[in-house]
Design a protein around this ligand. Sequence first.
Ligand code: SF4
Length: 657
Amino acid sequence: MVDLSDATFDEIKIPDMIYEHFLSGVGLGAYILYKYLPQGADPLGPDNILGFVSGLLTGTGSFMTGRWLAVCKSPLTGGFGDANCGGTFSPAIKQSGYDGIFFKGQAQTPKMLFIDNTGPQLLDAADLWGLDTVATEAAINQKITANKKLAIATIGPAGEHQSLIAGISNDGGRMAARSGVGTVMGSKKLKAVVLAGSKMIRSQDSEAIKAISQDYAKKVKASNLPAIATGAILPIMGKSMVATDKAIPIDGMLSTAIIKKWGTGFTNTMGMTMGDTPVKNWKGSVADFPYRKYRHLNPDHIQKHEIKKYHCYSCVIGCGGVCDISGISKGRFLHTHKPEYETVAAFGSLLLNQDRDSLFMINELLNRGGMDSISAGNTIAFAMECYEKGWLSQEVTGGLDLTWGNAPAIITLVEQMIAGVGFGAILQHGVKKASEILGIESAPLAIHAGGQEPGMHDPRMDPILGIHYSCDPTPGRHTIGAGSYYTYMRIWEDVTWAPKVKLGEDKNDEYEATTQVGLKSMINACTKQILDGSGGCFFALVSGLNHFKIFDYLNAATGWQKTPNEYMTIGLRMQTLRQAFNVREGINPRDFKMNERLSGNPPLAAGPLKGKHFDIDEMMGIHYQFMGWDKKTGIPTKTALEDLGFCDLEMEGFIHG
Ligand code: SF4
């Protein structure tokens, strides 16, 4: 624990029992926040705690487990905040000798933390303040000589001036983007965390881990699409997937084959015909952004710029890539990380923007500026709808013509948001703040859940996604769960009480608040906690737990002999702790309900989701019930807390009342 106010360090020993209760990663983060963060702390004040945590499995020889999380009290939602990121930073945390590095207090002048095998030091970073994330990494590499390649996590200008949608970047533009974690880092005047340790990371049974890894790698290697498959088939695949209302539980390795080939970009066009991809601030459909427009987003066209593949640490899938954009940017930037689907959709169909080159530019601007692309895209979509309605004039926008699809105006606005100037100064804090500034009548157009803008996946296609958008302690998250993810995971092969998805099941059943839906959403939430406690990648999860043997990995790494059912209890405990944190901070869980537009109120008039709707209030209730939280309020019940062993923790002085 680094106290930035007085430049002191404290090493906290974590009892084994805490790992058994909460794993590491997000669970360790939740434990530290609950225990050390004073109730009611101002998210941008000295009492907030910002943590960088690695996963329990990171560095043990396991594959697909090299992700780290930033945790803090979120300035966007006022509750638990976290953001997940890949690259090479997670193993570096452990090689520095720690499972997590936490910061409290606030520095007077910009600082960076440096850790090597001799221990931690706070260094002056005044000369780095103002630099973008890529330039910051370059400057630090010039400044610090170490025996190994430095792992650097940094904020850009957005975090420095405390835009509420700022993230933290590592490895030249991999972003821990959500929850405003970069905003908190900026509020602490912490420019960067720089790691150069080389300590051993040990596990209980490295031979067992090796065997699990080899088996998984073999399967990933063998999962390939036919060589003739091109991006042109993706819209057709999308159409065929929604052609029937019956469930077809295909093997998750098919998703791995697709991700290996295109990365997340496969959804750029497939999502349009499925209805998964939001259009025109979530009020449109493929009828507003037809094939002749979205065909420019075919991932094959994006891949043409790819000069090399990108794998995070310990990754055998490799969904990433590095693209040459020197021509597109007219020499301003040489490279960018291959734009993720989320960015392409948030700045493509959501804004009716068909200009592919603009997406590469926006991607790099946001990565360098250190701003969340999902939040930024949703916020600009809101502004464009206000402009369409005549609620915003060019006088207010500073002369910007915010007509749908105006790519040059979108780029200018992104630059303004990152710098916090012009009309961008109003949008830089996300859609909720922007609608508060622009006036109450704009609130229905502001698409968010509890202050966090949702990912680019439409709950009207997959209502369980809407449950997670609305019920997760970090709302608006597309990576927590969905009906489709549940099917891919095939968790019923491990967890005895998990319902099996049967061939031919009616998918429309997921539009009702049934026992099956409650069970599935509860299992999704718990499994995601286990993944985030382990440092696991979401794309390994959807390759199927019948292939990605996370429970076996955990037992081999720790020496525990826990069953998958017991791990689910751990996941439930982790999620309940995060929820308890929110309740303690005064959040009414029902206030995290997503914008009604996303549950089909009113329903869409065209496209594959025409007429689809569900009752989100009821769906939230059934999820709460299966989590052991009060069905009406979402507050964890006393019985659930007792069953999960929080009373034992009380004896440890952990839960205070
Ligand atoms: S699949 Fe993609 S996000 Fe996941 S670990 Fe590999 S490169 Fe990183």
